[in-house]
Design a protein around this ligand. Structure first.
Ligand code: HEC
Length: 231
């Protein structure tokens, strides 16, 4: 058993998409750039496969009069691929595909209502309690734990100012330093036997994370113009 990221680096996977997307040459642009960054090989096939870019799953880009979704396992290389598409670097790579000097696909799909519905399923009140319990030993969540945060750790209000806060919170468990001490039920791999967490582990479910996302959505982004102490 290896932690999520180590596992992802070795395991390649297969991928297919609709003919119209394939015909643009987009995958020849997209896939090698992901593989170069993460060392995960993707083999393109005509139909089926581990990962399908089609009409089901997580919405990742729009173009050719459709919103395109990624579906596949929520672990290993496929999960990493989805996170990469949703992160700034993936969005830029999508936009950079301009065979005739014009972008064919865009990652700006939030305005079309595709993303928020999926994210706000949780209960913000429960989310506040869970944030304080699970994240509050390091992050300042709100006034109730203002004194508990750890020096260099960004507050929730500060992280709320990031354009992609939603992606970062939704995937925090694969972003450092969290993988070494975090377990999301049925999503992350168990800790490696020889690498037990050095601190009390953070264990929760995807449903609890949805509640946290709903709570974070209600936090006012920090005023970056204000003095630093007040954030
Ligand atoms: C043991 C301490 C600790 C706990 C517990 C913790 N975090 Fe963090 N988190 C950190 C530190 C430290 C950073 C800053 C990492 C950096 O700047 O490289 C961070 C960064 C983040 C980031 C930004 C990551 C990025 O790369 O953009 C998010 C989002 C985040 N934490 C969410 C959470 C959530 C949600 C929880 C609770 C479910 C949580 N964290 C629990 C220590 C912790």
């Amino acid at each position: 058993m290896f932690p999520l990221v180590a596992q992802a680096q070795s395991a390649g996977f297969t991928l297919s998409t609709a003919r119209e997307v394939r015909d643009t040459g987009f995958l020849q642009h997209l896939l090698p750039r992901f593989s170069l960054k993460h060392g995960v090989r993707i083999t393109q096939i005509d139909e089926g496969g581990d990962v399908v870019i089609g009409h089901e799953g997580v919405p990742v880009f729009a173009g050719l009069d459709a919103i395109w979704h990624v579906s596949g396992p929520k672990v290993g290389g496929p999960a990493l691929f989805t996170e990469w598409l949703l992160a700034d670097i993936g969005k830029r790579t999508i936009h950079a595909f301009q065979p005739e000097g014009v972008a064919i696909f865009t990652a700006q799909i939030e305005d079309e209502g595709a993303l928020p519905a999926a994210v706000f399923e949780g209960d913000p009140l429960l989310g506040e309690t869970l944030s304080l319990r699970h994240c509050g030993r390091c992050h300042v969540i709100n006034d109730t734990n203002r004194m508990d945060g750890m020096g260099q750790t960004p507050s929730f209000a500060l992280m709320r100012t990031f354009d992609d806060w939603r992606d970062r919170f939704a995937t925090f468990y694969i972003l450092n330093p969290h993988p070494s001490f975090t377990q999301i039920a049925d999503i992350t791999q168990p800790f490696a036997a020889h690498l037990p967490p050095a601190i009390v582990p953070l264990e929760m479910t995807q449903g609890e994370l949805d509640n946290i996302l709903s709570y974070v959505a209600t936090i006012a982004p920090a005023d970056l113009g204000a003095p630093l102490q007040s954030q």
